[in-house]
Design a protein around this ligand. Structure first.
Ligand code: DP6
Length: 349
């Protein structure tokens, strides 16, 4: 007999960035962060989890290629999910004993893996959600986010929809370092995002390695974690509450630039942006200057791809302008640009 559950988890793109760990084992951050879940886009990981006594060992495949399950992070996720199921079975003896059975996890990404498009976020969120569904766990998305966080920090935010915060927390065991809802997606339904894929290549420095180097070597990072980010969390939540795009957009760009400045301040310097990324920044600056206000807000994670936020009424002057401007940018491969309209994939630009 095979027990099975399938789910999908969306990508989330941070507007206040997570960068830095205070505890690498528990994967606890040095600062809070906040993201927008691209819930209706096709940028998702689809995962099926099954368990059966006919399986010999735990297995994971991603886009049909076998993956190792031996990393301490993946092991932590599986261990915690199994122990929640075991507790459920102990308290309800009529339930089938699934917790000791080997797991088979089959995942598909429909976007470039590890290219700075938050693939680990959707990946671990889908893994945790699929196994939690397989095990019929009653835990809330916020408490499951504690488990996903141990797989990949940003994954904790992909268990919730809409505008999601991740509280830095103070407990040494990490029990308060979890995701919370800032606002549901419907609160600001006019918000849109386009994703400009400047490169689908794997990123040069992994987030984990990069942020550890930053914490160890960047003086700018200390100011960022201690002063800038705590103030920005409050300002960003307020901008979202008021649906104030100018405040939201200005802060999103400032945050992204401070994060990448911190990367440059790391020894050896980490350079995630490329010429195409910089062309996207200049394009946004031009669009905002022409509009006389902030209508386009770019942000970059640990890679060269731009995510540009705007509101529906500005679709033509933002998304339309980007398509025209980037068509003339050297090195830009139009086939790799993805436009996400209305948080649903529109197609290549
Ligand atoms: C720049 O969540 O990939 O995207 O916890 O080491 O797996 P690990 O890091 P990860 O880092 C994401 C960093 C970021 C900013 C963000 O998503 O907040």
């Amino acid at each position: 007999e095979i027990h099975r559950a399938s789910t999908t988890a969306p990508v989330n793109i941070a507007v206040v960035k997570y960068w830095g760990k205070r505890d690498a084992n528990l994967n606890l951050p040095t600062n809070s962060s906040l993201s927008v879940t691209l819930a209706q886009s096709d940028l998702r990981t689809h995962t099926t989890a099954s368990c059966s006594s006919t399986y010999t060992t735990d297995t994971l495949t991603l886009n049909s290629a076998p993956q190792s399950l031996s990393s301490p992070r993946t092991q932590a996720c599986l261990r915690e999910l199994r122990s929640l199921r075991a507790a459920l079975e102990d308290s309800n003896p009529s339930l089938p004993k699934l917790s000791p059975l080997p797991l088979k996890i089959v995942s598909f990404n429909n976007f470039p893996t590890a290219a700075g498009l938050a693939s680990s976020a959707a990946g671990f969120a889908a893994l945790v959600r699929a196994i939690a569904d397989l095990y019929a766990l009653p835990q809330s998305p916020s408490s499951l986010s504690l488990i996903a966080r141990q797989g990949s920090g940003s994954a904790c935010r992909s268990l919730l929809g809409g505008f999601v915060g991740w509280n830095v927390g103070t407990a040494p065991d990490g029990s308060d370092s979890k995701a919370y809802e800032v606002a549901p997606a419907a609160h600001w339904a006019e918000l849109r995002a386009i994703i400009l894929v400047a490169s689908a290549a794997k990123k040069s420095v992994s987030s984990t390695a990069g942020m550890q180097a930053t914490v160890a070597t960047s003086p700018l990072f200390r100011v960022r974690a201690a002063e800038l980010v705590p103030a920005r969390m409050g300002a960003m939540e307020e901008a979202i509450r008021r649906r104030d795009f100018e405040a939201f957009g200005a802060l999103t760009m400032k945050e992204s630039n401070n994060f990448h400045a911190t990367c440059l301040d790391t020894e050896p310097p980490i350079l995630y942006l490329n010429d195409t990324s910089r062309a996207a920044i200049r394009a946004a600056e031009g669009i905002n200057k022409a509009a006389g206000k902030v209508v386009a807000a770019y942000t970059f994670d640990a890679g060269p791809n731009a995510v540009v936020y705007y509101v529906e009424g500005d679709t033509e002057r933002v998304a339309g302008s980007f398509k025209r401007i980037l068509a003339n940018v050297d090195g830009w491969d139009g086939d790799r640009g993805w436009a996400v309209q209305g948080q649903g994939l529109e197609g290549a630009i």
